[in-house]
Design a protein. Structure first.
Length: 317
């Protein structure tokens, strides 16, 4: 009901758009201009912390985000702290399907995934240059408007490199399936953390699976650190070895083994694959079976050839 909506000065909230572990997103109308906006109210509070400096920094960084002007990055208009200590962000309201919805209908081909990745690399390069990290890149946070345009949305968890966490201090903050290992451990994030999340998103787009899908955060952390991520080609035919290797590098558990910047990832993506398509697991099994048959035939033929002189000699005797 409307009476349960938060009261944010200057905005009239009309409906709930979505809700998750890190907050709720509302559709609202800006009273001064009547334009529709999306408002994310972030879970948690800073009311009881000694965070006056953090509030100042948060408001300062909102101004930085409000200056964003990039075709693949959502516009951020405003933000602040409510009387109960919760944070809110006022963002551009974009109508369109999320990447999650699109992929649920049909997996992306490699060419489509590469095109999407290049757009997100441009978006991340722009954002990282402002000293801002997204920290929650996932299929649901990319709006697919057309083949030419996709937009990175929901900067509700984005903070500058020197920003003290305002919520969940010392704990993992983000979406488990796409979080980098250092995020899972509650450590500081870097550009490489966003690269990991983008890699996990791309992996999902071409396979329909996340690299790790455990719901328990402890199991998830252990999985990222200990298990080998299955090759994407094991789930979908037609992926090149180079693209699979790019995904593996994005998803390297150790930060230093990943692409260190969006530009570095972009450079790898624009290089055309020259290798063969990776066979699927079933194709590999079939190939192995055929090779086994071929090897057996060769052995039988060699035995027959070796036996011929002996047989001919015995026949003549």
């Amino acid at each position: 009901m409307k009476t349960n909506f938060p009261n944010i000065k200057g905005y009239e909230i009309t409906s709930l758009l979505g809700q998750g572990g890190m907050g709720s997103v509302f559709l609202a109308k800006e009273k001064s201009s009547s334009r529709q906006v999306a408002i994310k109210v972030i879970s948690g509070s800073i009311a009881d912390s000694t965070a006056n400096e953090a509030v100042v920094r948060f408001k300062r960084e909102i101004k930085v985000c409000a200056s964003f002007a990039h075709p693949y990055v959502t516009k951020i208009y405003d933000g602040g702290v409510q009387s109960d200590g919760s944070l809110y962000l006022v963002m551009e309201y974009i109508q369109g399907k999320s990447l999650l919805e699109k992929v649920d209908e049909q997996l992306l081909k490699e060419s489509e995934a590469r095109s999407l990745a290049l757009k997100m690399c441009e978006a991340l390069s722009y954002v990282h240059a402002q000293d801002i990290f997204h920290r929650d890149i996932k299929p649901a946070n990319i709006i697919h408007l057309s083949e030419e345009r996709s937009i990175l949305v929901d900067f509700g968890l984005a903070f500058p490199t020197d920003m003290t966490r305002l919520t969940e201090t010392g704990n993992a903050v983000g979406t488990l399936q796409t979080m980098a290992p250092e995020q899972l451990q509650g450590k500081d994030v870097t550009a490489a953390s966003d690269i990991y999340s983008l890699g996990a998103t791309l992996y999902y787009c071409v396979t329909g699976h996340y690299p790790f899908n455990q719901e328990n955060i402890i199991a998830m952390a252990a999985g990222v650190q200990q298990k080998t991520i299955p090759w994407a080609a094991d789930f979908q035919k037609g992926l090149s070895r180079k693209f699979c290797r790019i995904l593996q590098k994005c998803l390297a558990p150790k930060v230093q083994k990943r692409f260190q910047s969006a530009r570095e990832l972009e450079k790898a993506l624009v290089e055309k694959p020259t290798d063969e398509v990776v066979p699927s697991v079933s194709a590999k099994a079939a190939k192995t079976k055929e090779q086994s048959k071929s090897n057996l035939s060769t052995i039988i033929l060699l035995i027959l050839i070796i036996s011929l002189p002996l047989g001919w000699k015995s026949y003549r005797a």
